[in-house]
Write a new protein. Structure first.
Length: 590
């Protein structure tokens, strides 16, 4: 990367009794500000994209390790706003790659950029729908392959792309919705070791707000109504506020439109009670006036419980506001004694949290419009700032998990991972997050930890990929693997990685089956040709993957079927005209 003129980035450091404000020298709103160690030098860098009032704008700011930033020539599109920036290790080489979605000068935009490990990025040739603003990636069906979601404005355009493992993707689900400004968040809401999805958006078909939970079952998502106020043009944030081992929801956004919510100025905290969301607290009046990342749930003061950071236009104060509400640990929240006046207020906002200066305290990164509010936070313009955390107490690292175990189910290739909880001086055990990795014998991550496994240092600032769980499962192909897991506390500080034993997944062996009146052969299947002999005419044949996701369905087929699916392990279900049903395992070979 090339450094560009210092006039491009004017960093100003203001020091007050309450702390420090770093002006990043860029001026955008309706943005996304993200953090990742893109040059792999063990500190957090910044990438942001938004609208500066006259044009779209993207910036890359490189950290010197002490919280001082230098602008670099950006490899990403210059023209993006209402942006989502999502980081993960797409190619399994141990550095963060970027998925970006947003609005360009004339059209929506979505693309992937692959990092070479030094912070130089190359645009991927993988074609994605050119829609905005929601995107993300994760293993959604526990097959150790990274799937992609791209969700945007329009009827039937939002979709998940399931990774086939051969460089191709299969579009799945969500094409039946007509959303405007959808914001997806991925969480294991029900604790069953797969990722569910929460989406808030404007429903253009029904002309109302939309806030729904989509429960994951092996990559198949079922829409469920969580019975909360529908919101859109806001953001959803998740965290274990009450330390009971499940994720609670902080939701804001515009109301009205027959939702029963006659306000656009309320953040609501919903407590998760065994899968039911119940209103727990409200925070008024704050209107984000943008999509995504208007709030954060984080342990700001390092006392072991999760606090709440909010942004938006305050009707009561008649100005933009940024505020921190400190968790008392007893079910109530108190406003931080100085935050409301010390921290510049913003609306049209996006915020992020990260320890940018390495002092073991989470700092606050802010973008948005800050009006003329009076010293010391008078700007009367769009701002991109860092508010340095001056809490008296620094965070301490948690301990790593112990008693790592792995079990391989030879008949299916299912691998169960488990570990005993880590511990932390501040964060309650039930609220600790876990981050794990699986690596093959060539050194390629099938599940990336988004961290340096030698030091434990994260290169993205995020919750652990296993969430609050102390177990996970995957379906893995034949091979030899190593794995490990680390603990992440409420202030995003990591333990080192505990390493599990090396393990092997053997080829699944399935013999030719004779199921009474149904005979399926050959098995394993060669050349994708399957023969079914039956005493009864066939009504349908269904082929699903090992997670249960349907891949093929043949209605009233002939006895000889061409499957046209990639090599692997599958489940076949045969139904006859008399509704006799037979299910069995099959293997498709090259």
């Amino acid at each position: 990367m090339k450094k560009i003129a210092i006039t491009f980035l004017c960093i100003v450091l203001f020091t007050y009794a309450f702390g420090q404000i770093v002006d990043l020298g860029t001026t955008v709103q309706h943005a996304d500000i993200s953090v990742a160690d893109i040059d792999m030098d063990s500190d957090i860098d910044i990438v942001l994209a938004g609208h500066d009032g006259s044009a779209k704008y993207t910036a890359v700011l490189i950290n010197d390790g002490e919280g001082n930033f230098t602008a670099e020539e950006t490899p990403f599109p210059e023209a993006v706003s209402h942006t989502t920036l999502a980081w993960t290790d797409m190619d399994g080489d141990g550095d963060p790659d970027l998925l970006e979605s947003g609005w360009a000068l004339a059209n929506a935009f979505a693309g992937i950029y692959i990092n070479d490990g030094s912070g130089s990025f190359t645009a991927s040739d993988l074609e994605l729908p050119q829609i905005a603003p929601g995107c993300g990636w994760a293993d959604l069906n526990n097959d150790a392959l990274l799937d992609i979601l791209v969700m945007g404005n329009g009827d039937g355009v939002s979709a998940i792309f399931m990774n086939n493992g051969d460089g191709t993707y299969e579009e799945s689900a969500f094409t039946g919705y007509n959303w405007i400004d959808p914001e997806p968040t991925l969480i294991d809401f029900d604790g069953d070791m797969d990722l569910d999805m929460f989406i808030n958006a404007w429903d253009e078909t029904n002309l109302t707000r939309f806030s729904r939970l989509f429960v994951n079952d092996g990559g198949d998502f079922t829409e469920t109504d969580p019975d909360i106020y529908d919101k859109s043009y806001g953001s959803a944030e998740w965290g274990d506020i009450d330390a009971d081992g499940d994720l609670d929801l902080l939701l804001n956004g515009d109301g009205h439109a027959a939702t029963g919510e006659e306000s656009s100025d309320i953040y609501r905290l919903y407590r998760n009670n065994e899968g039911t969301l119940t209103e727990f607290a409200t925070f008024e009046t704050y209107r984000q006036i943008s999509v995504g990342d208007g709030s954060r749930i984080i342990d700001w003061d390092n006392d072991g419980d999760l606090d709440i950071i909010l942004t938006g236009w305050s009707v009561n104060l008649e100005r933009q506001a940024t505020n921190i509400f400190l968790n008392t640990g007893t079910g109530t929240f108190n406003p931080h004694p100085t935050a409301l006046n010390d921290i510049p207020g913003v609306s049209e906002s996006s915020i992020e949290v990260a320890d940018v200066d390495g002092d073991n305290k989470i700092d606050l990164l802010i973008t948005g419009y800050c009006g003329d509010q009076g010293a010391p936070n008078t700007y009367n313009r769009n701002v991109n700032l860092i508010y340095m955390n001056n809490s008296e107490t620094a965070n301490t690292a948690p301990s790593a998990p112990t008693n790592l175990n792995v079990t391989v189910e030879e008949s299916t290739g299912k691998v169960d991972f488990s570990w005993d909880a880590g511990s932390d001086e501040e964060t309650p055990t039930a609220s600790l997050n876990y981050n794990f990795y699986v690596m093959d014998n060539l050194g390629v991550y099938l599940i990336s930890p988004n961290a340096n496994i030698s030091t434990g240092k994260s290169y993205v600032d995020a919750k652990g990929n296993a969430g609050l769980n102390t177990s996970w499962y995957l379906y893995l192909p034949e091979g030899t693997y190593t794995w490990g897991v680390q603990t992440i506390d409420g202030g995003r500080m990591e333990s080192g990685f505990a390493e599990g034993d090396e393990f092997n997944v053997e080829p699944v062996s399935v013999n030719t089956e004779n199921l009474g009146s149904i005979r399926i052969f050959p098995n394993p299947i060669l050349n994708n040709k399957l023969i079914i002999e039956s005493d009864q005419p066939l009504k349908e044949v269904r082929i699903t993957d090992i997670s249960g996701a349907e891949l093929k369905r043949f209605i009233y087929p002939e006895n000889e079927i061409i499957l046209n699916i990639k090599p692997g392990f599958y489940i076949i279900k045969v139904v006859t005209e008399t509704y006799e049903s037979y299910t069995n395992k099959i293997i498709v070979q090259d």
